[in-house]
Design a protein around this ligand. Sequence first.
Ligand SMILES: NC(=O)c1ccc[n+]([C@@H]2O[C@H](COP(=O)([O-])OP(=O)(O)OC[C@H]3O[C@@H](n4cnc5c(N)ncnc54)[C@H](O)[C@@H]3O)[C@@H](O)[C@H]2O)c1
Length: 312
Amino acid sequence: MPLDILITGGAGYIGSVLTPTLLAAGHRVTVLDSFMYGQSSLLECCASPGFSVIRGDARNEGLMREAIRNKDVIIPLAALVGAPLCDNDPIAAKTTNLEAIKLLLSLRSRDQRVLYPNTNSGYGIGEPGVPCTEESPLRPVSLYGRTKVDAEQALLEAGNTVCFRLATVFGMSPRMRLDLLVNDFVYRAMHDSAVVIFQGHFTRNYIHVRDVVRAFIHGIEHFDAMKGQTYNVGLDDANLSKLELCERIKQHLPRFTYLEAPIGEDPDKRDYIVSNEKLLRAGFTPAYSIDQGIDELIKGYTILRNTKYSNV
Ligand SMILES: NC(=O)c1ccc[n+]([C@@H]2O[C@H](COP(=O)([O-])OP(=O)(O)OC[C@H]3O[C@@H](n4cnc5c(N)ncnc54)[C@H](O)[C@@H]3O)[C@@H](O)[C@H]2O)c1
């Protein structure tokens, strides 16, 4: 049955894949976004009669009151995403990532369903060899992580919500993000042929952007069975250290050289392995491997290249 869906931050990296996918499935989608990065990623959607767009701020009460009216499903993606960006403007980080979620919860009626993307970086530094499950303690180390974890808690307390804890996302999107680990390393491997790594044994979990979209759709379709719960969303066979990730990239780009720096450290201290079994038990199976993602990124970076200040 076609649903009326509001996506805040729908012009971002994830939203720019999610929005056209939901439209193609026959839903009506309204995107509310500030377009703070000058994105043109949703232009393709404009021809779709089911698509509506609001240029505005998810912290604006009047605007949000209007935007959520008559929506069956709300997907709040709007956020300042990533620790460095939040540290640049802590007030904007708290108001966007946490206060805007509380505002949304105060405005929606209880029968409106909310699906939310938390980050699994809240697991921080895990116990060696022990996978983090949804029961593991959340110990976010950054302001970004704290605002996301606090927002998740508010959503779970409010009820009629599903919260996903996303691994580091990779893959091409019409609003591309080169600041995500796999996307960044493949870009460097292609265009610089080299990367220097700090703390190469630090391990993380990964998920393709299209599998994130598939997880949201699974959550919409199985909402009643999944509501009130958190779910890790990642590839169980991709708990990879930075060195292992580089080795995988080198299999695709043999000229790639990576070196572990003997001094210096990564400001991002996360080091954990994650179990995604709960989501698998809820009937979801990821469709895209890390190797498919690397192949896709290589094609994407054949198109995208920062040559503005260089002749080659
Ligand atoms: N990409 C990942 O690896 C990842 C992992 C875990 C969780 N998430 C979460 O998924 C969501 C989307 O992330 P993304 O990777 O697409 O990031 P993104 O930065 O590409 O998208 C964020 C979007 O929000 C919009 N926005 C920012 N502030 C706004 C405001 N005040 N009002 C309206 N719009 C605003 C931006 O213009 C942008 O389109 C975020 O909530 C993020 O925390 C992402």
